[in-house]
Design a protein around this ligand. Structure first.
Ligand code: 0A1
Ligand code: ZN
Length: 881
């Protein structure tokens, strides 16, 4: 963490290593505060490398306790070592040699949760990106692939379970109550995919027959007493395995696939070869403790980590600048899986919402960076929505440009050509070019240019010529370090909707390349001409969100209402309904700010009520339309001089007006909930619950009393409904007896369930208003709160800072100070977590001047400390630049 504090790593400096590692034999003798790690590495000098070059291994906070070359202890003059580096000179010029390294580490003191750590009695590892160097000295970089054999020795009673990557090859009882297990992974892998787990856990087991008929054992390990909650994760895993065979021809390759759920984990999950390690919130689910959203997330992340076995593990990254090679592609595969398993348009709308809420602000703020960055100070800070979600959108656009068959062909070539390799994004793109004959030179700019393009749309219809002219401009705003932007190659899917609501087809399209209804923008401005258009159409731009862009289109209200009511592309239809609502909310916020009354036009209420009532639409879609843009969405849309209090008041007023207009409908839909039969987590049932709960929030707003939500809370027989009702009470009726009763009932009922109490912490942390700061501060003293556990920290502090605009942005700046204090303490404990938490303030420049100044002061106070971790230093410095 503290090593090489001010280093910057540049893509242009990439060089292969001077030595090649063939095999690694690791022996772990596990002790709670003292674990010894023996590493025997067979290596040789790379052909062509400088014969005088020393061997330089990475370390991070290590203590060296032994070093030998070909079995002989190394003389001190042959090497230098410190906590962060091991340098060995005068190595045999040719031929292989074996290096033996011994280190001592303390897993219990490892609060960073990187490398080998022990929490809750479980030893586990997290090595991506640079955690392996906290275990032993090594070439801790993704382009060094080796075959690992791992021996684990530990106390049999406290650690009956000893796991590592690959296949179990030996087990033995040792003296004095210890035992050992040896694992061998035949697939060469980089160190970041190494994993070890030891402890006492429960397990569920299943089997999977692969498409070539091999039998694979599947195991999921969880805390004792939680095995009953691992079934959905197992079911998701089997479906993901099958889907990857059918959709991409990818088969699993080891005899066993294991997942371990741990309660202290910095991120979501990790794709270690054959031994995925998960944050337990992404494994454990049953109807009483998990919401429908939790189920959907579990399914997606289990699939994501499994899909990495091919995109990431079999083919990995040459260096960390290529991170999106594995992450963007794997997110795309995960999204496609979710779309096939659930409702494609609903899944897509959720992706669009996520991208707009998280990636667009990142791309438009001080932390903006290209999907493939060219430099970094701390790679942990680049596990971002740009690398993941925008990276996925880039792969999706390739699929749109090449068509599904072209995409599959390119990917097949990628797997064939690069299996076992550590490659670059260029290697990836070349496969699509060679497989399909498409030139992706211009398209590749998506990887290198940061910022969200803004597409401007202008249209002219000529009735006589039956011709529509569509002029499309593109402009990408400047981002840090990239002032000048070039036009991108953008596939834009466009629909023309006739007066009767049907799609219209052009007899010809000219003005630029296009693939069916996908126009290919390549210049600053282009005019496409559609012929044979017999009547003036309503133009639907960016159907299915074919490109991750913003669209500026001054369209008539009449056209937008036509799209909102009849568009067959449901993503574009939702987008239009959402945009109409967002506009009304922005206008209302401006009115509040200017001290003027808020009026809500009847057209918007009518569209929302009609959508809610439309039985031809699936409930999940109707629920999405009813969930009006959040206060954060409104703030982002306003973009500058943001006043969170004005937004809050405006939103409440608009919702109230809409709710009153559609009260009858919302009450009817909300009570539909009572008639649902036994809980099933499937997408259709979840959609019905989502609709009922969206309607409940509106019905309660119309009635302006907590009674309905209180009844719903008491009647709820699953976590989805219970949490939805509790949130309505806590957020819309804060301070009422009903709200307090529900909140204390929930706290009591789930006293022994940390993951469920996270929902309680988040609900309380996001109660609007300045008074929430005091509540959050006092909740830090709740016995269920644990500042060393990342899930607890995110649930309380993270939710407060990132999802409570009125509470966090209290006009007096007190919440910024509270947050800064927390950040400074937390940074010493867990730098990865803290730096991510800090990004909650990245858009502070968009606030109105008084808050902006106070926020800046708090960030500057953090930056003023000279002992920050590299992670936090990197984030605050970029935020203040
Ligand atoms: N590769 C994982 C993400 C991950 C990254 C870093 C971690 O620890 C600091 C943990 C997980 C994934 O994409 O799921
Ligand atoms: Zn991933």
């Amino acid at each position: 963490m503290q090593a090489d504090k001010n280093r910057t790593v540049y893509l242009k400096d990439y060089r292969p290593t001077d030595f090649i590692i063939e095999t690694v034999d690791l022996v772990f003798d596990l002790g709670e505060t003292m674990t010894t790690v023996g590493s025997q590495i067979r290596m040789r000098r790379r052909p062509g490398a400088d014969p005088s070059a020393p061997l330089i291994f990475d370390g991070d906070g290590l203590a060296l306790s032994g070093l030998a070359l070909d079995g002989k202890p190394l003389l001190p003059e042959r090497y230098d070592s410190n906590a962060n580096r091991l340098t060995i000179r005068d190595l045999p010029e040719d031929g292989a040699f074996t290096l033996t390294i011994k280190t001592r580490i303390n897993p219990t003191a490892n609060s960073q949760l990187l490398g080998l750590y022990r929490t809750n009695g479980i030893y586990s590892t997290q090595c991506e990106a640079e955690g392996f160097r906290r275990i032993t000295y090594f070439y801790d970089r993704p382009d060094v692939l080796a075959v690992y054999t791992v021996t684990i020795i530990a106390d049999e009673k406290t650690c009956p379970l000893l796991l590592s990557n690959g296949n179990l090859v030996e087990e033995q009882r040792l003296d004095d109550g210890r035992h050992m297990a040896r694992w061998h992974d035949p697939f060469p892998k980089p160190s970041y995919l190494f994993a070890l787990v030891a402890g006492d856990l429960s397990m569920i087991e299943d089997r999977f027959k692969t498409m070539s008929g091999r039998d694979v054992t599947l195991r999921i390990y969880v805390e004792h007493g939680k095995a009953g909650r691992a079934g959905y994760a197992m079911d998701s895993l089997k479906r993901a395995m099958k889907w990857d065979e059918e959709r991409f021809g990818r088969e699993y390759d080891l005899d066993i696939f294991m997942i371990v759920a741990v309660s202290d984990f910095n991120m979501g999950a990790m794709e270690n070869k054959g031994l995925n390690i998960f944050n337990d919130r992404l494994i454990l689910a049953d109807p009483e403790t998990a919401t429908d959203d939790d189920y959907a997330r579990i399914e997606a992340v289990v699939a994501h980590e499994y899909f990495h076995n091919w995109t990431g593990n079999r083919i990995t990254c040459r260096d960390w600048f290529q991170l999106s090679l594995k992450e963007g592609l794997t997110v795309y595969r995960e999204h496609e899986f979710s779309a096939d398993e659930r409702s494609r348009p609903v899944v897509r709308v959720e992706e669009v919402k996520f991208l707009r809420a998280h990636q667009f602000p990142e791309d438009g703020g001080p932390l903006a960076h290209p999907v493939r960055p060219t430099e970094y100070v701390e790679i942990d800070n680049f596990y971002t929505t740009t690398v993941y979600e925008k990276g996925s959108e880039v792969s999706r656009m390739i699929a749109t440009l090449l068509g599904p068959e072209g995409f599959r062909k390119g990917l097949d070539l990628f797997f064939e050509r690069h299996d076992g390799g550590a490659v670059t994004i260029e290697d990836y793109l070349t496969c699509f070019e060679e497989a399909t004959g498409h030139d992706l030179t211009h398209f590749a700019l998506w990887y290198h240019q940061a910022g969200t393009p803004v597409i401007s749309v202008d249209s002219a219809y000529d009735e006589e010529k039956a011709e529509l002219r569509l002029t499309l401009g593109q402009k990408t705003p400047a981002t840090p370090g990239q002032r000048i932007k070039k036009p991108l190659h953008i596939p834009l899917r466009v629909g023309l909707i006739g007066p009767n609501g049907d799609d219209m087809e052009a007899s010809a399209i000219s003005g630029g390349a296009h693939r069916k209804d996908v126009l290919e923008l390549t210049q600053d401005e282009q005019t496409f001409v559609f012929e044979g258009i017999g009547a003036r159409p309503a133009i639907s731009v960016n159907r299915d969100f074919s490109a991750p862009v913003r669209v500026r289109f001054d369209q008539s209200r009449e056209d937008r209402l036509r799209i909102a009511g009849a568009e067959t592309d449901l993503v574009a239809r939702w987008d239009t309904v959402n945009a109409l609502a967002l506009e009304a909310l922005v206008r209302a916020a401006e009115n509040v700010k200017a001290g003027q009354p808020v009026t809500v036009d009847a057209g918007l209420s009518a569209v929302l009520v009609a959508t809610a009532e439309d039985e031809t639409l699936e409930p999940a879609f109707r629920a999405l339309a009813l969930a009006l843009p959040s206060e954060l969405d409104i703030g982002r849309e306003i973009g500058a001089n943001v006043d969170p209090d004005a937004i809050h008041t405006a939103r409440k007023t608009v919702i109230r007006a809409i709710a009153e207009t559609g009260c009858e409908t919302f009450v009817r839909l909300a009570t539909g909930m009572d008639t649902l039969s036994a809980f099933s987590p499937d997408a259709a049932s979840a959609g019905r619950r989502a609709l009922a709960n969206a309607a409940l929030a509106l019905a309660a707003a119309a009635e302006n009393t907590p009674a309905r939500a209180s009844r719903a809370y008491q009647a709820a027989d699953n976590m989805t409904d219970m949490l939805a009702a509790m949130r309505v009470l806590a957020h819309q009726f804060a301070g009422s007896d009903e709200a307090e009763d529900a909140l204390s009932d929930f706290r009591r009922r789930f006293a022994g369930e940390p993951l469920v109490l996270d929902k309680w912490f988040s609900t309380l942390a996001t109660v609007p208003g300045g008074q929430t700061l005091e509540r959050v501060a006092s909740l830090m003293g709740d016995t269920a709160f644990d500042e060393t556990n990342p899930n607890r920290v995110r649930a309380l502090i993270g939710a407060f800072a990132s999802s409570n605009p009125t509470g966090f942005n209290r006009p007096d700046g007190a919440a910024y100070d509270f947050f800064a204090d927390f950040i400074l303490t937390s940074d010493r404990r867990n730098a990865t977590l803290t730096a991510r938490l800090m990004t909650a303030m990245r858009s502070f420049e968009a606030l109105e001047p008084q808050r902006r100044a106070l926020a800046r002061k708090a960030i500057e106070r953090i930056a003023g400390h000279d002992d920050l971790s590299r992670n936090l230093r990197d984030i605050v410095d970029r935020m203040l630049k």
